[in-house]
Design a protein around this ligand. Structure first.
Ligand SMILES: [Zn+2]
Ligand SMILES: [Zn+2]
Length: 135
């Protein structure tokens, strides 16, 4: 049986198309893989970027930490020196840990404003009657 050259051409075309389709599927897949990776990296980056400290006073917002300033939407506004989110977090954590070693009550955080208009962050506990200036 002789094959019709036209039919052959059509078959070849179909085959070509199938190959192209397959390639595009593979490309699409690879692109989605790349996208996943980018997505993951972006998420990790944003996790690192949002190395945030929750405001201990209102316990709602993130503290904004700048080199000379710690502030929060709730009105907390404290001037500091060379502060970073990491430093602030470890300060809060160590203060809480230290307090929890002698008292089970969770301490309160308040902002005081002294006579010199210098605000500071105070950790106090009515149960063990202790207080501590954090910032
Ligand atoms: Zn706050
Ligand atoms: Zn206490």
């Amino acid at each position: 049986m002789l094959e019709d050259p036209d039919e052959l051409a059509v078959l070849e075309e179909i085959q070509q198309e199938l190959i192209l389709q397959e390639q595009s599927v593979i490309e699409e897949y690879e692109r989605s893989l790349r996208f996943d990776e980018e997505c993951l990296n972006a998420m990790l980056d944003s996790l690192e970027a949002t190395d945030r400290v929750i405001c201990p006073v209102c316990r709602k917002n993130n503290l904004t930490v700048k080199a000379h300033l710690v502030c929060c939407q709730c009105g907390l506004y404290i001037s500091t020196q060379d502060m970073t989110e990491g430093k602030l977090r470890s300060l809060l954590e160590s203060s809480l840990t230290e307090h929890s070693q002698r008292c089970l009550h969770s301490p309160e955080f308040t902002v005081t404003s002294g006579m010199e208009e210098e605000t500071s962050l105070l950790m106090s506990c009515p149960v063990c009657d202790s207080w501590m200036i954090l910032l």
